[in-house]
Structure formats: C-alpha cells, structure tokens
Ligand binder design. Sequence first.
Ligand code: ATP
Length: 384
Amino acid sequence: MEKIKSLEMRGVTRRFGNATALHSFNLNMEGGMFVSLLGPSGCGKSTALNCLAGLLDLSEGEILLNGKPIQHLPAEKRGFGMVFQSYALFPHLNVARNVAYGMEIRGVPKSEREKRTQKALDLVHLNEFGKRFPAQLSGGQQQRLAIARTIVLEPALLLLDEPLSNLDTKLRNEMRVEIKRLHEELNLTTLYVTHDQSEAMSMSDIVLVMRLGRVEQLGTPQDIYNNPRSLYVADFMGYVNKIPVEIAGREGNEWLVQLPGQTGPALRARTTLKEANWKTGDPVLACSRPDETLVDPLPPYNHLQGTIQLVEYMGKSFEGLVKLNGSDQQVMTHSQQPLENGQAVEFGIRPDRLLLFPQDDSAELTPPPTDSLAARPVLKVQEV
Ligand code: ATP
C-alpha cells in the first residue's frame, strides 16, 4: 500500500441531477494528519468523503495521491479503509473472522492473518471477544470491531463517516479517545465526517466547516473556536448569544456598540471579518458563548444587567438565562455560584470574546436562547 505523503482534492464538484451537492471542493492533507469535515445534515460531508473513497464519480475536479491523479481508480484500488455509521459487520462470522475476512479475500497467508487479527483485536481491546458473534457485542464493541476490521488491512487512509452517531454519550466519549489513540499509535492519516463540533474539535489537527456544499472555514480547532469568520461558523461553535446592537464607534481594533435605544457605557467588541466598514448606527449582532458570558466571576469589562429567567445546574457551575433590563433580549450566562429565578444580576464579557457579525447571514442558525434550555446545543469545546 502506497504511504500517504500528500492527498489533495482539487476543485471537486459533484452534482445529482440539477442539484450540486459539492461545489469546487478543495482539501489538502499531509500523511499522518487527522482532518474533520464538520457541518449540519445535508451540507455535503458524505459526498466529499464518498468522492474521495471512490464510491461516487466526480462531476468535475481531481484527486491527487502523492501528486498522482487517482480519481479514475475504483474504490478497491485506492487502498483506503472506510468505517460507516452502520457498522456493516458480517452477522454470521465471529469477531475474529470478521476481522480476518478482508485478508482472506486478498489471499494473505493463514499464519500472517492470525497474527494481524490478534494485533488488530489487541489495538481495539477486543482480544477476549474473538469467538463471539456481532450480536453478542455492545454498540461500542461493535464499533471497535468495525474499526479493527478496517485497520487490519493497513489502509493508507482511514475514512470515518459519523462512526459514533449510534452510540450513547458515554460510549461516544470513550470511542473518541480510542480513535485518537489508534490514530496516534498507527500514525494513520484520517478523514473524519461529523456534525458534532465537540467530536471534531477534540480529535482533529484541522477542521473544515462546511455549508451548502462548500468549505465555509478551515483551520485548527483553536482558531475556528476563537475566530469564527462568519455568523454561521460562530453559531456552530456555540456562540448562541446573538445580541442586536448598533455601532457607536471604533478605537483601534475594538468596536464600540450600544444596545438599541439605550444610553450608558458602550460595549467593546471585535470582529473576525477581514473587512468591516460599519458606520455609526449600523445594526450588527454581538455574539458570545454562554461560558464566556459571566455572572460569576464577574469580569471587569462590558457589564450588562438583567433578571434571571431560568437556571440550569451544570455539575460544577450554573447557567442562567438572563432577560436584559429595558429589552426583550435574552442572553445565556454562566456562573460559579448558584443562581435563582428572578434574581437581578450583572454579567460581563471580555471584549475579545464578544464578536460582531452582520445581521443578514441567511444561514439556518440556532434560535436565540429562549425559555427552553433543553433545546440548546450541548457545548464541550473546552475539551480541546
Ligand atoms: P448527513 O450528515 O445528513 O449525512 P451530509 O452533510 O453528509 O449530510 P450529503 O449526504 O453529502 O450531506 O448530501 C449533500 C446533498 O446532496 C444533500 O442535499 C443531499 O440531499 C444530496 N444528495 C446526496 N446523495 C444524493 C443522491 N444519491 N441523489 C440525490 N441527491 C443526493
């Protein structure tokens, strides 16, 4: 199997009839990298992965492995391994035979098959389960078996399409660690498709956030988390507080903004947009993450006041939905100390963590915080 030094998808477009699922998609990977495609359902993640795997023909563009075009090669000649959301295990073969089957077909001698099967089962911690059948395994064990069956063939590239979406939260967290460990132990070049930002953020070297068949932003998890370059990406990264404000001025890199119809000290914020030509009075959205919108400890900047509408206990801390004074706007806040319904609170946001975006982003966004706390996405980016 040719080792990957570089893998490139260049201008890859895929149409289904009149609809374009992938628009001139570019991806550049070096050997050993872990890259994730992140985005909501229907944004083209699986289409990109299937084009790379050879399961879909390209409408336009090319795929270069170590500089050589491979788009004409059928899937089985590319040397890539794929793990799907549905594990697609052979129910009538036991665990060891499931792992060995691909090698049997490829004519790998029996003694080598047995050695590699054992090693793959060791890697995914299933060595005691060789004689069981898939139906006798838990979901997480089946998932690990699906991975063992793929990596035993020593693929040049491991492609994973939402492999954890059938698992419960605890197993998902365990499997994330397993996948990352395998990636590091075997130095596997890995492309991972997910709609779960915490999965992508915790495992990847590079994340591509996709929107409507295009790459909206590409970067390290930290960069995308700290500097989302559009409202769409910010929304995906958990900036659920979107406060309509008006531009009141600018001081260096900081913008001054004011809640509409209110006087008092302006809020200080920044923008990640390359060009922002806002004028005084222009309406924009000031966006923050709840865990950076703090009641306690109260940061010494950007203070706003309001009343707690709802409280959610988070284990070590509390989240409180605050209705701003003199406005219908609701903002999700965070506190180390207990909060109570009806409590008057003051909270603050660091200027560099309050990001400004234009109001007219047509993406489907998470609705602003409402009284339904349960509808909020769960955010775990701090695991990065
Ligand atoms: P999900 O997370 O739901 O799997 P995705 O981001 O992987 O979504 P794709 O499966 O790549 O999205 O689909 C991208 C777009 O292409 C969607 O609008 C989808 O309806 C469309 N599409 C995908 N496969 C086909 C097909 N075989 N025929 C027609 N349209 C398709």
